[in-house]
Design a protein around this ligand. Sequence first.
Ligand code: SAM
Length: 234
Amino acid sequence: MNVRRDDLSERNKNAWSRLYRSTPRLVWGSRPVGFLEPFLAEELAAGRKFPRVLDAAGGEGRNLSVLARLANELTLCDASASALEKIPTDLAAKVRRVQCDLDKTPFQNGEFDFILLCDVVETLPEPLPALRELHRILAPGGTLICNIPGPEDEVAGVEMTELGPNRYLYHSEFFYQFLEKQEAIKLLESAGFVVGRNKLMHWEEEAHPEFRGTVHQHTSRVFLVQKPPAAKPR
Ligand SMILES: C[S@@+](CC[C@H](N)C(=O)[O-])C[C@H]1O[C@@H](n2cnc3c(N)ncnc32)[C@H](O)[C@@H]1O
């Protein structure tokens, strides 16, 4: 299939927005993604708090209940206004909602201490500008958690049309790519992050209305990365 790279990002964002509008149901369901609580078990058990937390491209907010346990102040951003409108009322009351593109957000340098980027990197035709922007808005010493699936993900290539090496469209609409561990590390380091703990996680997902009709499995590497602390003035 011949799709110009410049068109992909806009097409892709429009496809997600259409998906959110296509059903009154929550596309991603109301349970947090299966890797989040196990990956953050230590932080949650210790009652660790981060002052300012961002759910980046957080969709309909399925992960907010976990993030609320870690955060004093919670913000969710997404390119899709339709996603933001679908955040359930009880969660919406706890979160500042911002519609923006991850490549160019309205946030200040260092505005957040902790950022979650869940199920997003693999859907971005050009993930590096978004990761650089998240690095900009993360405070020095701050933490970003993201998952980056590789070819071992059970959905990789399934019902997908190949656009080029390791680049696909799912159902002719939604962009996906699957990175090997070393490619994922290189991407994160290129954006300025220091890669810390990382783990291959496995979980089950319920069916997603209008997107994936059956219960399915995912395997994806989850990364905890940090923005290096600012150097102390001499
Ligand atoms: C697979 S969904 C994941 C949603 C959410 N993080 C979750 O785990 O439920 C990908 C999300 O990325 C958003 N998105 C895609 N491209 C974006 C961009 N360039 N800037 C901001 N959000 C974007 C879509 O609107 C969609 O909500």
